[in-house]
Unconditional design. Structure first.
Length: 480
């Protein structure tokens, strides 16, 4: 009996050992089987003792004990066989999982190998692209050098083309001039047939006009504190006095009438009338001496003086060349400002003009009556005789004038009020006019801009932040 038990236990152990892959649960089951086997051995010993005792007492008892022992052992064997089958099934499940894990591992290895191959291909492509980039950079440098050479050639070709174009235009101009020669010869013949007296009058008038000694100033009343003082309107009038005298004047005597219409009346930066004004005037010239008259007519009721003359100016000027100094002219004179309703005032002035590019000039005015202050004006100007043509023998010119004014302490205090009690730059004025001669009259539309350049002067002005003025003008003049 003991040998059979030992053989069964050995068979169980051999069966368990024959399993290729056992996990922790199988070992636990084997340990339980060993413990059960030991318990069975102990029970069997007890059974043997019992059988020995029973054998002594009764053969029937011995037989019964052997049956009981055999029945118990058979049940245990059945249990062990069932456990063995269960372990075999567990091992089969474990083998299946291990097989599945092996397949997954193989798939991962295959995927890793393919990924490695893909990475190697990508790296190879990157290297190839880098090589292509280097080649493109080299080609770009080569193209840049080629472009430099091409640009230089294009520049040379452009210069040659410009030279040819200029030559072609010059040729066209020469052909046009050649075509006009007969007409010009006819006009010269007509001019040569004019009377000697008329020619002499024109020459004397032209000399008088070329001195450009006209001086037109005007005045208006403004309120500074509780007092009213007159001021002068400096408007640069760009008029060309080219006409045929309708009547005969003595030699060396010239007479001119002017009429100006401006959208505003701005004088030395002060807005004396924010609506349009009409300003007629006249000058009489004899040699270097010029007597002038100028007036201002309000066209609206903005100053409650609509349709009335608010200012009359009389001036006397003498102009000439500075002795022993080439290219420098001078002008000295006096201006009397008369007003219908306030006190008059008088200024004397001295100015110099220079025969230089942009025709620089400077003029200083001294008020010797009401204000007893000084105002200085520096100006630049440039003229273009022909920028367009309205018709045959009717060229349109362009005159540009720029001036900057500076007032003394007493001048600023008198005209701008007690808050401006020191010398300061006052105003900046820009004028662009387009003179054209129409049937003996000089007509000049103009664009004008005036602004105050000093903060204190601007603050004391009634218009303050709006002290920047754009306005149009229209001037006509005729000389006799």
């Amino acid at each position: 009996m003991n040998k059979m038990k030992i053989l069964l236990i050995a068979a169980v152990f051999l069966s368990a050992a024959s399993s290729s892959q056992a996990d922790d649960s199988l070992e636990e089951k084997l340990a339980k089987l060993e413990a059960a086997s030991k318990a069975k051995q102990s029970n069997q010993k007890s059974v043997d003792k019992t059988e020995a005792i029973a054998a002594k007492n009764s053969n029937s008892a011995k037989t019964l004990a052997e049956r009981i022992a055999r029945k118990t052992l058979a049940e245990r064997i059945d249990e062990l066989e069932a456990q063995q089958k269960s372990m075999q099934q567990t091992n089969k499940g474990t083998d299946a999982r291990v097989y599945e894990l092996g397949r997954k591992l193989q798939a991962l290895k295959t995927q890793s190998f393919k990924q490695q191959q893909t990475n190697e291909a990508v790296i190879g492509k990157i290297d190839e692209l880098k090589n292509q980039q280097d080649e493109l950079k080299a080609q770009q440098k080569s193209l840049q050098q080629t472009n430099k050479g091409t640009d230089a050639r294009f520049y040379k070709l452009g210069r040659k083309f410009q030279a040819l174009e200029t030559q072609f235009k010059q040729q066209q101009t020469n052909e046009a001039l050649t075509g006009r020669i007969p007409e010009l010869e006819r006009k010269v013949g007509v001019l040569e047939n004019q009377s000697e007296l008329l020619q002499a009058n024109r020459e004397s008038y032209s000399k008088a006009v070329n001195k450009e000694s006209r001086l037109n100033h005007s005045t208006v009343a403004i309120e500074a504190g509780a007092n009213k003082f007159p001021v002068e309107p400096p408007v640069i009038k760009a008029t060309k006095l080219l006409s045929t005298p309708p009547f005969q004047l003595p030699d060396g005597v010239g007479f001119e009438v002017t009429a100006d219409y401006f959208g505003k009346y701005i004088w030395r930066g002060q807005n004396l009338s924010d609506d349009p004004v009409f300003q007629p005037g006249a000058t009489l010239t004899m040699g270097g001496l010029t007597a002038g008259f100028w007036s201002n007519l309000e066209t609206t009721s903005i100053n409650k003086e609509g349709g009335e003359f608010t200012e009359f100016d009389w001036s006397l000027d003498y102009s000439g060349d500075v002795p022993f100094v080439n290219g420098v002219g001078y002008s000295v004179g006096v201006i009397n400002y008369k007003f219908p309703s306030i006190e008059d005032t008088t200024e004397v002035y001295l100015g110099f003009g220079f025969d230089l590019p942009l025709s620089p000039s400077v003029t200083v005015y001294w008020d010797v009556d009401e204000i007893k202050g000084t105002y200085a004006s520096a100006g630049l100007g440039h003229s273009i005789e022909n920028i367009a043509e309205l018709g045959p023998d009717m060229p349109v010119g362009m005159d540009i004038g720029l001036s900057l004014g500076l007032g003394s302490a007493s001048y600023n205090k008198g005209y701008w009020g007690p808050t401006v009690n020191s010398a300061k730059f006052n105003d900046l004025a820009l004028s662009v006019s387009f003179p054209v001669e129409v049937r003996g009259w000089s007509v000049a539309p103009s664009l004008n801009y005036v602004t105050l350049v000093n903060g204190k002067v601007r603050d004391s002005d009634a218009f303050r932040s709006e002290s920047d003025y754009f306005f149009l003008g229209f001037s006509i003049a005729k000389g006799f």
